[in-house]
Design a protein around this ligand. Structure first.
Ligand code: ADP
Ligand code: SF4
Length: 703
């Protein structure tokens, strides 16, 4: 296929200072949960993006000095020369495929408590820690500023020596440099505070010093916010920002523009759609002649081309679209835009940083597995036998298993009980704000429909005998899970209604099936992720008075991992949903729900006519149990191999189901060693020598 001429503009090279990008696809810096701890895992992941056609690939935030330490979150580091080789394996991999590599030099200031390095954190003033640790910063004096400039310069030189092509001055996201710019945080009386010129001084110095250090070889980029503070979505408050940018306009080689409200910039699809930053960009290109990049969870090549054509931006910045589809540029180039695995805006990728584990992605099960399992999102080994495979259930797990087995060339039968594919994503995508989740199904369904070796059987609720009768060599059960109506009290599942009572408790499954409660309703959420809030919203939109109760101290606590908790809670409060924290549900009699405080055990009776339990799920194991029973409890007696994948093995997030399906397909005729199923990246202890320890030993010996 050939490229759509409308998209040619995306493949025009662009000069960025002394370097040139081959196209307009720019992977902006994004965290990975790998950083300095897992350099091989990280470099292979970035290299795969270069293979997929991205023109520029950046690191995550890369600390310039131990006084900027974000532990437990894992940043990259350029603290000393020993860091250089770790980055070199990334830049080599990226260069091999003709892409540029960028390093985002970072100093956290008020947002890094330095919990690991134990150095005093410092910022423009003595400020309380920005992420809630009981630490305050030291107000930087002139010596500190001199130190910072020296550290930044040294890190820039190391970045150059690691063969990076772009080096950042990072002045947004509430980190140190952003606080120097902001008149609310910067109340200094010296030449770094007060006037606009003074508040931009440090950034100007850093740009100049970075250019002087590496500017002959590397472009110098500045990350900068186009607006001053958070307000209504899509209504930027530019304030001084235009003047600031105009003052610095020609200093760097590239402007990487984002906004003050991270919850919008990094917004989940429930609240934020594609190209949400466009209104914020309305002045940027008019005040600088330098190239500009910005983000917007772009997955439509038409939108991307339009952004460039209309002068909103010069480069298409992407973190999440490059995670969901590392081959997005190549697909557009080859006229295969329909094959793009579009990001669904769930922010599971961000949870890797939140939880300090390697990044993962709902849409792309190979993300983070490039090095430790040798997985590539577009390349999968051909089949090793002529075996036939039956996949039962076409939810995320079954669809991904069938797609990947189909790609390998196996003969696959996919049986689905209902008329529609997609399982839980099809159902959940109908809930308020969740429509983009349907991309999990649509991408896979579209791929499957053109595979001659995959047959799809809808409205085929298989029994154990049916499975036998199919006669496949391998059977994967992807039959999913169903929401329970009882609650787990920490030890056991128990009902909240009296034995013999005919009071009905609703579950999310019933709500998704179209059943609505009557009268005021309590939504009890002990799941803690998005479902409780989304169900509460659906009922509210249906005109039902909703109270939402939960055992924890905060609303939808796991949504903090995906950086959406603030939006979720604000949204629920603005809708007028009553929120009751720190209470378990004990009992419902059809007219009253009894809650109990988790701390004092004080009961709280709420008059409601219905209760929806968003608690735990039960695996749909009937088919599995029937098959095992047929084999008299011995799976090895079955005439086929049998495996449960996804929610029917263990209920979890959608990303886990997709991953399970993918893994099943990869391991067909190619089993991993069950005793060590992946490559473990760890520090090579032979290389570690502690200079301070050696010195201490010498001093001790000399005594
Ligand atoms: P997962 O998230 O693990 O993929 P889902 O719950 O999303 O699981 O999907 C499970 C799918 O399996 C649903 O579409 C359901 O209709 C289907 N299913 C369940 N039992 C059977 C069965 N016995 N035969 C065929 N399809 C089934
Ligand atoms: Fe997009 Fe979700 Fe993948 Fe992140 S995890 S890239 S938000 S699909």
């Amino acid at each position: 296929m050939t490229r759509n001429p409308n998209h040619d503009i995306l493949f025009e090279p662009l000069q960025i200072g002394p370097v040139k990008t081959k196209n307009r696809f720019y992977q902006v810096p994004h965290c990975t949960g790998m950083g300095w701890q897992r350099p091989r895992t990280l470099s292979e992941m970035r290299k795969v993006k270069a293979m997929g056609g991205w023109g520029v690939i950046n690191t995550e935030y890369c600390s310039i000095h131990p006084a900027s330490d974000d532990a437990l979150h894992v940043s990259a580091t350029l603290w000393d020369d020993s860091d250089i080789s770790a980055h070199q394996i990334m830049t080599e991999g990226v260069h091999e495929y003709g892409a540029l590599a960028g390093a985002e030099l970072w100093f956290g200031g008020v947002r890094s408590a330095n919990l690991s390095t134990r150095l005093t954190s410092m910022d423009v003033d003595s400020l309380p820690n920005g992420v809630g640790h009981p630490f305050q910063t030291r107000a930087m004096d002139k010596t500190d500023i001199r130190d910072l400039r020296r550290w930044h310069r040294k890190a820039a030189l190391r970045a150059r020596d690691a063969n990076f092509d772009i080096v950042y001055v990072y002045a947004t996201h509430g980190y140190l440099l952003a606080n120097f710019l902001d008149p609310r945080t910067n109340t200094r009386g010296d030449e770094y505070g007060g006037s606009l010129e003074n508040r931009t001084r440090l950034i100007r110095e850093l740009i100049e010093e970075t250019k002087e250090a590496v500017g002959d070889r590397c472009a110098v980029a500045v990350r900068f916010a186009a607006d001053e503070y958070e307000d209504e979505d899509g209504k930027p408050v530019h304030g001084e920002r235009r003047d600031m940018l105009a003052m610095l306009a020609e200093h760097p080689d590239l402007w990487d523009i984002n906004i003050a409200d991270y919850s919008l910039e990094m917004g989940v699809s429930r609240f934020t759609k594609e190209a949400a930053l466009e209104p914020y960009m309305n002045f940027v290109k008019s005040v600088t002649t330098k190239p500009v990049v910005t983000v917007g969870r772009f997955t439509s090549p038409d939108t991307m081309a339009s952004q460039i054509r209309r002068g909103v931006t010069d480069l298409i910045g992407a973190a999440r679209p490059s995670i969901a589809d590392p081959y997005l540029p190549n697909k557009i180039d080859e006229g295969r835009a329909d094959d793009i695995r579009e990001c669904i805006g769930c922010n599971i990728c961000y949870s890797g940083d939140s939880l300090a584990v390697p990044i993962r992605c709902t849409q792309n099960p190979t993300m983070g597995e490039e090095w430790r399992q040798g997985w590539n999102p577009e390349i999968i080994p051909s089949k090793q036998s002529d075996a036939t495979v039956l996949v039962v259930g076409a939810g995320p797990a079954g669809l991904e298993a069938a797609r990947s087995l189909g790609n390998r060339g196996y003969s696959v039968m996919l049986a689905e009980a209902t008329n529609t594919l997609g399982g839980r994503v099809t159902r959940e995508a109908n809930l308020p704000g969740m429509s983009e989740y349907i991309r999990v199904r649509d991408y896979r369904e579209q791929q499957l429909l053109v595979m001659p070796n995959v047959e799809i059987f809808r409205e085929s609720l298989l029994t154990a005998q049916d499975v036998y009768d199919v006669g496949a060599d391998h059977v994967a059960l992807a039959t999913g899970a169903s929401w329970r109506a009882d609650r787990y009290d920490g030890e056991t599942y128990s009902s909240i209604i009296e034995g013999g009572s005919d009071v009905a408790i609703l579950t999310p499954d019933e709500i998704m099936d179209g059943k609505l409660p009557t009268g005021p309703t309590l939504v009890y959420d002990s799941d803690g992720y998005y479902m409780g809030g989304v169900i509460a919203e659906k009922l509210h939109l249906a005109g039902i008075e909703v109270t939402m109760a939960m055992p924890g101290d905060s609303v939808s606590p796991w949504t903090a991992m995906t950086s959406e908790q603030w939006r979720v809670r604000t949204h629920l409060m603005k809708m007028g949903i009553t929120l009751v924290m720190s209470h378990n549900i004990n009992h419902f009699d059809g007219a009253h729900a009894t809650l109990v405080c988790v701390y004092t055990e004080t009961p709280k009776v709420i008059p409601v006519q219905s209760v929806v339990m968003v608690s735990q799920r039960r695996t749909n194991n009937e088919l599995y149990n029937a098959l095992i029973a047929k084999a008299e409890g011995m799976p090895e007696n079955l005439p086929f191999s049998l495996k449960r994948i996804g929610d029917c093995e263990a209920p979890a997030i959608i990303a886990a189901a997709v991953y399970a399906g993918h893994r099943y397909a990869r391991e067909m005729d190619n089993p991993t060693d069950p005793d060590m199923p992946l490559q473990h990246e760890k520090v090579d202890v032979r290389l570690v020598q502690s200079a301070p320890l050696q010195k201490a030993n010498q001093l001790q010996a000399a005594k």
